[in-house]
Design a protein. Structure first.
Length: 68
């Protein structure tokens, strides 16, 4: 899998689906990709899709790699 920022989809429901497919908790995913658990919760909050809280592409890509 090669990073492709044109596929950036920071929607919290998409990110939550990646966690579910990877079979990891928010805490475990945060630890494995090197961000705080608090920041992970911030990105997964429903409000994240409507304001500045959206996850940057590197976070999405890291979660996609966990799921792969």
């Amino acid at each position: 899998m090669t990073p492709d920022a044109s596929k950036h989809d920071p929607r919290p429901d998409y990110l939550r689906a990646l966690l579910e497919q990877a079979g990891v908790t928010q805490r475990e995913a945060a630890r494995r990709i090197g961000i705080s658990e608090r920041l992970m919760r911030y990105y997964l909050a429903p409000e994240a899709s409507t304001d500045r809280r959206s996850a940057p592409y590197p976070v999405q890509y890291a979660l996609e790699r966990l799921q792969a």
